[in-house]
Design a protein around this ligand. Structure first.
Ligand code: SF4
Length: 215
């Protein structure tokens, strides 16, 4: 596991729970609006801190009495092949686990859900299920296979026994009410659906422009 950030205690990242938050480093998407460029763009990795997974596991174990759960977020956690093993180690300490994902790895999600290594999954749905539009938002070349994976993850998670939340960051000029309704219909009315407003700031696009200007 490559870990690029750690919050010891959060009251807002796991609904209704006190949780530590682990930020994995690296992502297979390049969403322009992303507010975690230091976890996404390899050019920025060196200036960010990196954390030893063993120290983090030790910390949460030592603070068991003060925590209900652990949130594993990113970046994109499922790009790390050892994620299931890492989750298992956390689960063995008796914690609830929430996983945040962009849904690009349905195979790993299936494995994790089957083994009950998580209790809650929050998955981004960045656009309506239309391949070209979705590919445009995630900002990578040859994105169509990736979009297929995302759609497969939605189907998988809709029928999953763990708590599921889908969420969309609503970007002015990109998303409209019709799209949000289409997404809501796609995921089904029985699932939790959160709409986050886009905030200006030091996003992936901001840094990509800076890196381009620097040559
Ligand atoms: S918002 Fe996009 S680029 Fe940022 S971490 Fe999530 S999937 Fe990766």
């Amino acid at each position: 596991m490559k870990i690029g950030g750690f919050i010891r205690q959060s009251l807002i990242d796991y609904p209704g729970k006190i949780a530590s938050v682990i930020f994995t480093q690296g992502c297979n998407f390049r969403c322009g609006y992303c507010h975690n460029p230091q976890l996404v763009l390899p050019e920025l990795f060196e200036s960010s801190l990196s954390y030893d997974p063993e120290s983090i596991l030790r910390y949460i174990k030592d603070h068991k009495d003060w925590l209900d759960g652990v949130v594993v977020t990113g970046g994109e956690p499922t790009i790390h092949n050892d994620l299931p093993e890492f989750l298992k180690e956390i689960k063995e300490q008796g914690f609830l686990i929430k996983l945040d994902t962009n849904g690009s790895n349905p195979f790993m999600l299936d494995n994790i859900v089957r083994k009950r290594l998580v209790d809650y999954i929050a998955m981004d749905i960045k656009m309506i299920p239309e391949r070209d539009l979705y590919a445009e938002i995630i900002g990578i070349d040859n994105a169509h296979d990736m979009v297929e994976n995302v759609l497969a993850s939605v189907i998988l998670l809709k029928n999953s026994p763990v708590d599921i939340e889908f969420r969309t960051t609503c970007i002015p000029g990109v998303h409209n009410d019709i799209m949000i309704d289409l997404i809501r219909n796609f995921i089904g009315s029985d699932k939790r659906y959160i709409i986050n407003e886009f905030r200006e700031g030091k996003t992936v696009n901001f840094y990509k422009r800076q890196l381009t200007d620097m040559g």
